[in-house]
Design a protein around this ligand. Structure first.
Ligand code: DAK
Length: 259
């Protein structure tokens, strides 16, 4: 019998806590900056998580107390040729899209700097919880590039066009509190409480029907790209799909039997 073997990762730590998958970027000496290998490993762990029905929620965070992720690896980018840059772009986009479209909710536990690609990683997640020391921003224009892993698109959708333009054009960093005030993060907590809070939210999600949560995520993501009638049409289909699952029958029966 061939048992599936958990892939060994060099730059990420992967662990299961009950129904939650916890993925930690593990390159603290470089503030968890993402080179091609980090991106490839992130992509691979998302495939593993995606096919495991026992996982109900995912937390992405960084190792250390200083950084969630300081962005794309500037040293690596300074050396690559156009063909390598193409691979970096394609694989980076694929990774972010895998997170955004993952069949489970993803919580970014932002434990410090989330800059450039690091902020984009948080933006590709569904929910962001930040520690008080977190600093978020898109400083790419300082380096002569624009945000390239979805920052120009997702940031504007999350905080609105005007704030996204301010953040991207100035490249300035915002504190966790300011990020909270503009809707860039959902919640701010003390650093030692960050994982506890993220796990508590993941557990709250895990108590609900996995199919209903999954369908809701898909409907919100697709709907935001569509006109309202297309979105509502999708909602009819998604809602009806929930009736195909025993979960709906059991949960409604439990309610009616006052269990
Ligand atoms: N890349 C590589 N190394 C980094 C790094 C980064 N982004 N950020 C930090 N490090 C390294 C530092 O070089 C240093 O390494 P050593 O010198 O010790 O070997 C170590 O991490 C500790 O950093 P510092 O000594 O600088 O620590 P400080 O506390 O003084 O400063 C800082 C912390 C976060 C303010 C500072 O490190 C900083 O400003 N880092 C750069 C942040 C940044 O500009 N990030 C955006 C990068 S651009 C793409 C799409 C998207 C992107 C790329 C490609 N495609 C479509 C292909 C995204 C681009 C970006 O993310």
């Amino acid at each position: 019998v061939c048992k599936p073997r958990m892939a060994e990762y060099k730059y990420i730590l992967y662990e299961r806590i009950d129904h939650t998958a916890v993925v930690r970027l593990n390159r603290p000496e470089k503030l968890n900056a993402m080179n091609l290998d980090v991106i490839a490993e992130l992509s691979s762990v998302m495939d593993t998580i995606s096919s495991d029905d026992s996982i109900k929620a995912v937390i992405i965070t960084g190792v250390g107390e200083k950084a969630f992720c300081a962005g794309a690896d500037i040293e690596y980018m300074s050396k690559i040729n156009p063909l390598e840059a193409e691979q970096y772009a394609i694989k980076g986009h694929a990774s972010m899209s895998k997170i955004e479209n993952l069949n489970k909710p993803v919580i970014a536990a932002v434990n410090g700097y989330a800059l450039g690609g690091g902020c984009e990683l948080a933006l590709a997640s569904d929910i962001r919880i930040a520690s008080k020391n977190a600093m978020l921003g898109q400083p790419e224009v300082n380096l002569g590039i624009c945000p390239g892993w979805g920052g120009t698109q997702r940031l504007a959708r999350i905080v609105g066009v005007a704030k996204a333009k301010e953040l991207i054009f100035t490249g300035k960093r915002v504190s966790a509190e300011e990020a909270l005030s503009i809707g860039l993060v959902n919640k701010v907590v003390e650093l030692p409480k960050l994982m506890e809070e993220a796990l508590a939210m993941a557990n709250e999600i895990a108590k609900n029907s996995a199919l209903a949560v999954r369908v809701s995520k898909m409907l919100i993501n697709r709907g935001i790209e569509s006109d309202i009638n297309t979105g509502l049409g999708l909602e009819v289909w998604g809602w009806s799909l929930c009736f195909s699952h025993i979960d709906r029958t059991e949960r409604m029966t439990r309610f009616l039997q006052k269990k």
